[in-house]
Ligand binder design. Structure first.
Ligand SMILES: *Cc1c(COP(=O)(O)O)cnc(C)c1O
Length: 401
């Protein structure tokens, strides 16, 4: 291994860079999770979490990865044999589907080419055709981290409403929450699934389910096997600021600090910043002459950018060179994009000069890897970052009430 100095560039789209403030907030003695001091922390993080999901309904926090929170959504709200409608936006949609299959759900999946967000027209057509209302849930990935395409959740909700279909709307916003607009209540989402290590700027280890009254009622009536993931046990314990089992105490200290940082910046500014970094990154990719995985401009993700390498070149060879020479981790292509694409994370704790360092590392790496490209992508990104009209203007207004 080469010797490296300074900070490692962790530009994968999760886990993301953890702010020093959050690291310091977690550097605390672990306390009694049944004591009064803990209850205060418990109440604070539950309330703060609601402010990020934008909900007044319960947010359930698990000591788990995002995958655990996927499973929790399924085992609480659905039973084996239930029909669900999913859409193939990319590898994360495929993994959620595999989990649903293992939970013995009857999955109807709208096919996709991994180059755009959810096909809302097709969702609507299948819901309209489901006269008997056999479909119990529509399950969509908000920010598909394998392709850098987003799905437009309000459009999915509108399609469900037009079809007058009573299915639950379940959304994976593991890599969307805290980096792009999300409105659990206003968008009529029944279960929002998330995790700590993407837009929330925390280490891995917390899983989230924000749940509607309708989803809670469905869970109450659902006798399918579950214990650790059971929403009602947790909601009941949360009323006293505690959990039915040992929560990830120190990650909760971090969560409190990370959400405070999001509100100090203002959620609107956080989202504008991610969009701006996405635009600057795509400007660089355009000059390099490389192809974006996402082919639908309306679906470009503000959180990351997935880039194809030309045929005959290996994206992982390129990533290896960037890691060895410049100490920067870029995201690998997942599943059918393995070797064909790499992903640039610009999500979470991030700023203009970190983006410039990232893009400079990519441009130098393209050269060293012998990948044909035009020079000057970094300059194109600089031009965007210098433009006054893209600078954050909005005053922070989303502070926790
Ligand atoms: C990261 C991610 C997950 C899975 O989270 P884990 O913490 O790795 O289990 C699920 N969905 C999306 C969209 C993700 O980006």
């Amino acid at each position: 291994m080469a010797l490296h100095t300074g900070r490692h560039f962790l530009q994968i789209p999760g886990p993301t860079n953890v702010p020093d403030r959050v690291l310091r907030a977690m550097d605390m003695p672990t306390i009694d999770h049944r004591g009064p001091e803990f209850a205060e922390l418990g109440f604070e993080v539950l309330k703060a979490s609601q402010s990020v999901f934008r909900t007044t309904q319960p947010v359930i926090i698990f000591p788990s990865s995002g995958t655990g929170a996927w499973e929790a959504a399924i085992v609480n709200a659905l039973s084996p044999g239930d029909k669900v409608l999913m859409t193939e936006t990319g590898q994360f949609a495929m993994l959620w589907r595999r989990l649903a299959d293992r939970c013995k759900l009857d999955v109807d999946m709208v096919p996709g080419d991994w180059r755009r967000g959810t096909n809302v027209k097709e969702i609507e057509a299948r819901l309209v055709a489901d006269k008997a209302h056999r479909i119990k849930a529509v399950m969509v990935v908000h920010n598909e981290t394998s392709t850098s395409c987003i799905s437009h959740i309000p459009e999915v909700r509108a399609a469900m409403d037009r079809a007058k279909h009573p299915a639950l709307l379940m959304v994976d916003t593991v890599s969307g929450l805290g980096s792009l607009e999300y409105e659990h209540d206003a968008w009529g989402v029944d279960v929002s699934v998330s995790g700590s290590q993407k837009g929330l700027m925390l280490p891995p280890g917390l899983g989230f389910n924000a749940v509607s009254e309708k989803a809670l009622a469905a869970a109450k009536a659902n006798s399918s096997v579950r214990s650790y993931w059971d929403w009602h046990d947790i909601v009941a314990a949360n009323k006293a600021g505690s959990w039915p089992y040992t929560p990830a105490t120190n990650l909760l200290y971090g969560l409190k600090e990370a959400i405070a940082m999001l509100h100090e910046e203002g959620l609107a500014n956080v989202f504008a910043r991610h969009k701006r970094h996405g635009a600057a990154t795509r400007a660089a990719v355009r000059v390099w002459g490389l192809e974006l995985v996402c082919q639908e401009p309306a679906d470009y993700s503000p959180a990351l950018t997935a880039v194809m390498v030309p045929q005959g070149h290996d994206a992982d060879e390129f990533r290896k060179i960037v890691l060895e020479k410049f100490d920067m981790s870029l995201g690998t292509g997942l599943a059918k994009l393995k070797g064909k694409a790499f992903r640039i994370g610009h999500i979470g704790h991030f700023n203009d000069l970190m983006l410039m360092g990232t893009l400079a590392g990519v441009e130098m790496g393209l050269d060293l890897a012998g990948i044909p490209h035009q020079k000057g992508g970094v300059l194109a990104a600089m031009d965007i970052l210098k433009r006054q009209d893209t600078m954050p203007m909005v005053q922070p207004q989303s502070a926790v009430a």
